[in-house]
Design a protein around this ligand. Structure first.
Ligand code: SAM
Ligand code: DTB
Ligand code: SF4
Length: 338
């Protein structure tokens, strides 16, 4: 065996044994007990786990682009892109390759290391997947990691995406199984789990998390994190989104979630999934710098970066760079700190 092959085997074995040391058998009462800890104890515990596994002052940054916008047949109550909700959103067909590449170049110049492309589909057609594969190949050639989120996939589609060089697939569980049926009626939790399994089987890294602030209970939040932590393998990325309330969606006007509960959710995710990137995701525009700093203290080490999420606002890149500077945080892989 050549040395390069040997070290790849070593690496795979190392990853396998490292994964075996992670727990996948959390119980609901244990997770609820973590949530119920005094805030200082919980954050201390999360930061301790964080330091054992990551550089505590480094944050990974991903930029998002909506490559197909609106007119989605699903009825997700949180989403401005559902055809069932009367939002002001302008629908757009699948973007041409050059427009995608131009956005990817801007994201890279601003310091992003991963480019995530999202499409408002229930599930893509094979010909859509072909076009997305072309985007993936081209974005990768710019030196960016790639992530896509396209809805439910078949086995053939996950294999095709893997072949194109896709690094991550985002597919969120979003909430507990019980609350899911109150938020979405056009697909089931099991549909979601099935796609996640297909993505794993194809050898693509998994990005999977959820949304809080949708009127769910403490138990729902605990169950969501329990579900993620007890997957056969922890998702490599765990986005924790605060609901962005969009006028015209059924969830607009809900009372806002206590920001400390949001921080607690980040902390518990960090403790349950010690080696995963926990992403402080949607909702940062409405968060104070202090709340975001608490999230980093609680173990968040990734953000969505750049002016826009998919269809809603995100803080300006310049503001985030200033925040990082004030906190002494570094963006991973970004040499030219501005
Ligand atoms: N259609 C695909 C799907 O649902 O899997 C991919 C795109 S969908 C917009 C990606 C994710 O965005 C959703 O799973 C949800 O977690 C998140 N999302 C959508 N609307 C949101 C909102 N208003 N606030 C926070 N997160 C939201
Ligand atoms: C994720 O967990 N959050 C991102 C990404 N994965 C695709 C999407 C957030 C969307 C927020 C609402 C919008 O901009 O449309
Ligand atoms: Fe469609 Fe995805 Fe929005 Fe649901 S979350 S309505 S599947 S775009």
């Amino acid at each position: 065996m050549k040395i390069a092959e040997e070290s790849q085997v070593d690496l795979a074995a190392h990853e396998y044994f490292a994964d075996c040391l992670l727990r996948h058998d959390w119980r609901l009462d244990e997770v609820e007990a973590l949530f119920a800890l005094p805030f200082n104890d919980l954050v201390y515990r999360a930061q301790t786990v964080h330091r054992q596994n990551f550089d505590p002052n480094e944050v990974q940054v991903s930029s998002l682009l909506s490559i197909k916008t609106g007119a989605c047949s699903e009825d997700c109550a949180y989403c401005p892109q559902s055809v069932r909700h009367d939002t002001d959103l302008k629908r757009e067909e699948l973007m041409p390759l050059d427009a995608v590449l131009s956005a990817a170049r801007t994201a890279k110049a601003q310091g992003a290391t991963r480019f995530c492309m999202g499409a408002a589909w229930r599930s893509p057609k094979d010909r859509d997947v072909e076009r997305v594969c072309e985007m993936i190949e081209n974005v990768k050639s710019l030196g960016l990691e790639t992530c896509v989120t396209l809805g439910m996939l078949t086995d053939g589609q996950t294999q095709r995406l893997k072949q194109s060089g896709l690094d991550y697939y985002n597919h969120n569980l979003d909430t507990s199984e019980e609350y899911y049926s109150k938020i979405i009626t056009t697909r089931t939790y099991q549909d979601r789990l099935d796609t996640l399994e297909r993505v794993r089987d194809a050898g693509i890294s998994v990005c999977c998390g959820g949304i809080v602030g949708m009127g769910e209970s403490d138990k729902d939040r605990a169950e969501l994190l329990l579900e993620l932590a007890n997957l056969p393998k922890h998702p490599e990325s765990v986005p924790i989104n605060m609901l962005v309330q969009v006028e015209g969606t059924p969830l607009a006007g809900l009372s806002k979630l206590d920001s400390f509960v949001f921080v607690r959710t980040v902390a518990v995710a960090r403790i349950l999934m010690p080696k995963s990137r926990v992403r402080l995701s949607a909702g940062r525009t409405d968060m104070s710098d202090e709340t975001q700093a608490l999230c980093f203290l609680a173990g968040a080490n990734s953000i969505f970066y750049g002016e826009k999420l998919l269809t809603t606002e995100n803080p300006a890149a310049e503001n985030d760079r200033r925040l990082f500077q004030r906190l002494g945080l570094r963006m991973s892989g970004y040499v030219d700190q501005v």
